[in-house]
Design a protein around this ligand. Sequence first.
Ligand code: DGJ
Length: 748
Amino acid sequence: MQRWRVIHLTLRRNRLTAFQIIAVSLLVAAARAASGEPPVRYLSEPKIFILETDHTSYVFGINEQNALQNLYWGKKITRDQDFVSAHTPEAYPFESPEGMANEEYPGWGGMRYTEPCLKVTLAEGVRDLVLKYVSHQIKGDTLEVRTRDINHDLFVTLSYRVYPRHDIIRKSTLIENQTKQSLVVESAQSGVWYIPPGVGYRLTYLPGRWAAENQVTQEVVNQGKKVLESRRMVTSHQMNPYFALDYKGEANEESGRVWFGTLGWSGNWKIVVEQTPNQQVRVVGGYNDFDFGYQLRPGQSLSTPEFYGGYSEGGFGEASRLLHHLELEDILPHQPPPRLRPVVFNSWCTTEFAVSEENQRQFAAIAAKLGVEHFMIDDGWFGERKTDRAGLGDWYPDPDKFPHGLKPLIDYVHSLGMEFGLWWEPEMVNPDSQLYRQHPDWVINFPGRPRSEGRNQLMLNLARQDVKEWAINVFDKILQDNDIKIVKWDMNRHISEPGWPEAPVAEQKQIWVKYVANLYALIDRLRAKHPNVEFETSEGGGGRVDLEFMKRMEQINTSDNGDAFDGLGIWEGYTFVHAPKLIDGGVGDNPGTNDRSTPLKFRFLTGIAMGGAFGLCCDIRKWPQADLDMAKTMIAYYKRIRQTLQNGDLYRLASLREGNLAAQEYVAADGKQAVLFAFLHSQQFSQPAPTIFLRGLEPDALYRLQPVDNKLVEKQQILSGSYLMNHGLDFNLVGDFDSAALVLERVE
Ligand code: DGJ
């Protein structure tokens, strides 16, 4: 076995500290380089590109028609010579060889009938695009392959980046109009992933809706197409840009082959999962082509979103862990340096718009005593914002609620030893606001037509440079004038009447791309000017969460659903893609959503279990002393284990989708600590809760068991990893909404 593979396996077996992992990764990279096998290589004889991660190979070649053709994606193939040149398939009635070939980036042209990656209309009306290989460039972990249409100077550069230790590859493209006339791009996809041919694949995906984000859903793939998409100018609660495929349902949490991917785009996106008549499953993703029509003048170009794809043989659990580590190490902002997420208090669930300096001081005084580290003030602090009918757009403190501005409150919060955070919603305006009265033309609209309101608000057209500059100035000033550590960036409606009347008619549809690009630019400018400020994405809960947005956000406002039981399901779906560290778990008051009441301990433990960013959103002014005491104990407990929760490996041990019990385990990066949580829905017929089998421990290591309560049946205080993983543990969970937590410390 190559030296670097041995090192990697050793790394996986013996859990190491973050520092050791970086050191070993460098060693692995050096060993890989020394072994003469760079992660991206071109073999000129069979004309193939090999993109290699630690455990996977992704291979495509240049076929006899000079087109790029995919050859393989899956478990690593260690012998390059096993691959021969790409050849188009034999002709078949009513098909063409090129149409049946797994083309790496098919244009819509010739006899091709599957979902294309690129569709254009050229100036003279030609709607035929056939792309051929021109050249390529390899630099370290990246590959760029340039292609050109057979007749026109329309160039498409396919870009790849390999993330070796995450077993993930990223694709995107750059479309350049080098012709002498304008053209219209009607569909611009980031790429296509091909799964080994076969019938009976199962798709796992994450649909949802407001307050019910990311519901894990599975179905068999049949001939035809399944479209996952957003047409709402945001990533959306309604569908997460994620897919996973396994063969005939063979994969589970712990094992089985899983091909998975996720798209980084915070506007209209589309993923098409297609099974062709030739039993080829392919997944195309990129911009949503609905109402697209992006005009490119001569010399102009358009880049597509980044589409990440990975492969694992460790089932859905390992596929998720690969994405979590990609996100933690390569996606999230690194300035300010990543830190453990603080315990947050926010009074929104109690006060809503009725915030005032006085009531915020009351909350802050109690929160500080409980151990809260970050005090956030939500909606309602500005303009005439007494309800959701007015004030959005007028970003100055409401003088009735904060007669001396925000500073006295911020100083008070700081004097209690907490950080201060602020909510805002920059992209929106209430018609009842000074901003709208001054600039009614700044909103997205079609002249003379209705301006549909969502939550009594309209969307500012961020695609306009003047609106973008206004936003930069306003929010930059707020950050200059106030000592703010975390900004909660909200957005509480979706687009309608997507007009941009000031732009030339031929370019008005560019709003779909330019709005989002300017939103990114706005956040990037603010982050660059205020490098110590962190951001939380909120879009009425989790409506704008994708890998491109997460390059700019430190945490996620998970959901507007405060029900602890519902939260378990929402959290589970999130963790298919996103690292638990980012997922803000919180404690609300009874009754919550569904008019459901759950025990305080259940609410705390679910909040902690799901919480990278754990917090309270409840009326602690009204809590009895016993509840406040529990809060203090639980917050201290959370601080003891949050390093493991936020930076460790997650194992989803039991799911409410499959039974009455949810259980999750986190194992610290250095293997010294593990934490287990178990949640019972409803006991029936006095049945005991099922045994929980732990994962990810060292079989021969000993672990000291430290239960947080009296629920653990096992009386031994020290047990081996092999016992914990094979014999498992039982918990005396009874009645409704019972819960248990256990810390395991490795005995040195
Ligand atoms: C929606 C968010 O999800 C809530 O947490 C809160 O910030 C409200 N908006 C405020 O309007």
